[in-house]
Ligand binder design. Sequence first.
Ligand SMILES: Nc1ncnc2c1ncn2[C@@H]1O[C@H](COP(=O)(O)OP(=O)(O)O)[C@@H](O)[C@H]1O
Ligand SMILES: [Mg+2]
Length: 255
Amino acid sequence: MEALRIESLTKQFGGVDAVNRVSFAVSVGERLAIIGPNGAGKTTLFNLINGQLGPTAGRIHFFGRDVTSLPPHRRAHLGQARAFQVISLLQELTVLQNTLLSINGTKPHRFKMFRPVMAFKKVLQKAANTLTDLDLWEKREDPVKNLSYGEQRRLEIGLGLSMDPKLLLLDEPSAGLTKEESADITGIIKNLSSGITVLVVDHDMDMVFEVAERILVLHYGELIADGNPSQIQNDQKVKEIYMGVEDAADYAEID
Ligand SMILES: Nc1ncnc2c1ncn2[C@@H]1O[C@H](COP(=O)(O)OP(=O)(O)O)[C@@H](O)[C@H]1O
Ligand SMILES: [Mg+2]
């Protein structure tokens, strides 16, 4: 079954084709990495998938439904979640407050004034489970700004997961992290329930090659390769892009 189908998707900014006639389909539960040099169009592609941006041309289908013109919150309700490249937590609020807000934000009636007490108990229980899974329950009363960068990243990804998404978009989850923190995130991604479809953009090739069953390569907005990790590592065009690099896995060092 198809989770996502992208058809000839194009996004132009002025004269720049940030994403240029990109087409691919992703099966339910597939783990897909998207790589490419800075400016290749990876973040723009994610912005198009989750509705942050509208395409210049092309279509997006999510579980068989054409979502091309749906706004981001409608796509979220259909099961899309995203962890942003730039940390989007509310720094002055506590870990628990951020978690409650995130869980509440996924419910269509989030602005109802008189929520039944039982409904709130459920949300609180869910927040407790989420934070326990992330090993952050002990820090629930800490303002987010007091967490390490790695913990903030972990929380952010965990909050995406607390929405029980069908599709998780991770844009550079390892950015700014130490090797150890990056390995923690890799572990979280690898342990995700097999029904969740995951698209991850990252420059950490250890993470990419450990997590991905399939890799797409973007270059100047165009999809230039699509294959399993060993196909991508041996792809001539991919090697040329990472000029003089014998092995795509070495790319992490020169980025
Ligand atoms: N909001 C924007 N306005 C104008 N140009 C943009 C905008 N966002 C991205 N771009 C341009 O689109 C191209 C792709 O950018 P981006 O998707 O951020 O690449 P990546 O995430 O692969 O580094 C770049 O040339 C970038 O400068
Ligand atoms: Mg980017």
